[in-house]
Design a protein around this ligand. Structure first.
Ligand SMILES: [Zn+2]
Length: 483
């Protein structure tokens, strides 16, 4: 078990984050710098994420498959913007089987190129379209500064890839998938997100348009939690993915790609946890309920406590569904230690049963998010816990939205803009010119970048000028510092 002490958020936010990860036993460092070992409890969160995302994907007509880890180096070089964007982070295998390879192999940083090559073989006629596939995989992007889940050199993700006969269909698919991510973030991860379009300098290398969901962490920084790209015909032209349309004319396909990674686990941790450790939304908590019988030296009482514990477990089994219920029968630890341990693991609901509870016919139920405790009659436990899990799920979402609402501000001058980003670390919403030079200038002065042009541009005034450079604006954008 990890270190007991958790740094306070107000003392050192990044130490706090590491302590939360360590004390919940989610992950640890690997012998290779920048990589991480995901422990069973951390991996169980990922499995829940996979399960729900797969369900949402299936509803959206997505089929899973798998492409290889290695990509011929020449493929990566075929789309010029793509290679330019990924070159600094690429890992290459030059030796294998005791010999220097004829062509070096890139360890996939993403799979547009190798999938593009396959699409060019699969697509001949408009009848072969659309193709809508996804893979769950690991990817490698050599990062210099890494942090558990949020940024690691190797990470797990899903990457979806599609090919369509028309631009319209591809546009719609890119938007449909960002909507899937929004739904997942808000309804399963209880994370309020801004949905929007990336600026030219922040978009995916090789995309025409990138959509993103961005969430505000407790320190006011943004976390990009999922992206969906309209790739236009860029990869289609690089890999010659053509089809015969209904009029027997040869055309290039239109493509999209979209991904969500283990990074979202970092976002969930940072979003919900507190100074006592991990807090998890019930839908993504591997263990929903822990039952703690407060065991004594008296065998007879202990038997009754354990009987009641397993009765309660049975009552709650179908409510907890795919999530575990644990009865903590450890007799070595003191009760206080046990309670704290489950708190650090972020188990949403804790039920304590002692001698008094036995005689009263009621138990004490603790909720991790607000740390409130209530006494509940045994015959009412089932419906109480059922409602409580729903309530915790929505309370965490409300808290997340409130944080974002309170810390997103509109400013009208560059001085206010700088203050909001350097002093306070807010999300700042302004009319902006869209020019990369203007964004570069802001990055140097404040370390903030554009997060997105929210899709909802309600209230945008077409006459307004860029708050930073006074050029004509192209839309309202959110600037923030980010992870
Ligand atoms: Zn500007």
């Amino acid at each position: 078990m990890g270190n007991n002490k958790i740094t306070k958020r107000s003392d050192d936010y990044s130490e706090w984050y590491l302590d939360v990860v360590r004390s919940a036993d989610l992950a640890e460092h690997s012998p290779v710098k920048g990589c991480m070992i995901i422990k069973p409890y951390g991996y169980a969160i990922w499995e829940l994420i996979q399960k729900y995302i797969n369900e949402l994907f299936k509803k959206s007509g997505v089929k899973n498959m798998y492409f290889p880890l290695f990509i011929p180096e020449s493929y990566i070089k075929k789309e010029s913007k793509h290679v330019e964007g990924f070159a600094p982070e690429i890992a290459v295998v030059t030796y294998a089987g005791g010999k220097k390879l004829e062509e070096p192999l890139v360890v996939r940083p993403t799979s547009e190129t190798i999938i593009g090559e396959s699409f060019s073989k699969w697509v001949h006629s408009y009848r072969d379209l659309p193709i809508v596939i996804n893979q769950w995989a690991n990817v490698v992007r050599w990062e210099l500064r890494t942090r558990f889940f949020l940024r690691t050199s190797e990470f797990l993700w899903q990457e979806g890839h599609t090919a369509h006969a028309s631009k319209k269909e591809a546009d719609e698919r890119a938007l449909e998938m960002i909507e899937v991510y929004r739904k997942f973030a808000e309804e399963y991860a209880s994370m309020y997100v801004f949905v929007g379009k990336k600026s030219e300098s922040e978009k995916f290398a090789g995309a025409d348009v990138s959509y993103t969901i961005e969430s505000m962490m407790q320190d006011g920084k943004a976390l990009q939690a999922g992206t969906s790209h309209m790739l236009g015909q860029n990869f289609a032209k690089a890999f010659s993915i053509r089809f015969m349309n209904e009029n027997k004319e040869s055309e290039y396909v239109w493509q999209t790609s979209w991904g969500l990674s283990t990074r979202i686990i970092g976002g969930i941790i940072m979003m919900h946890s507190d100074d006592d450790g991990l807090v998890l939304p019930p839908k993504l908590a591997p263990i929903s309920v822990v039952i703690i019988p407060i065991l004594k030296k008296d065998e007879d009482i202990n038997r009754k406590l354990l009987d009641l514990s397993s009765n309660i477990e049975n009552m709650l089994n179908d409510i907890c569904d795919i999530h575990d219920i644990v009865i903590d029968m450890d007799t070595d630890k003191r009760v206080g230690e046990k309670l704290y341990e489950w708190e650090k693991k972020g188990v949403p609901v804790r039920i304590e049963i002692g001698e008094k509870e036995l005689s009263d016919g009621a138990v004490s139920i603790f909720r991790r998010d607000t740390k409130e405790k209530n006494i509940v009659a045994i015959n009412g436990i089932r419906s109480y816990v059922d409602n409580l899990l729903i309530d915790i799920q929505s309370n965490l979402y409300i808290r997340s939205k409130k944080l974002a609402d309170e810390n997103t501000i509109e400013v009208s001058s560059f001085d206010e803009f700088k203050d909001a980003l350097s002093k306070d670390s807010k999300f700042v919403y302004i009319p902006w010119c869209g020019r990369p030079e203007c964004e570069e200038n802001v990055k140097e002065l404040t370390k903030a970048s554009t997060r997105c042009f929210p899709l909802d541009q309600k209230g945008y005034n077409h006459e307004s000028k860029c708050v930073i450079c006074s050029e004509k604006s192209v839309g309202n954008v959110i600037f923030a510092r980010s992870y």
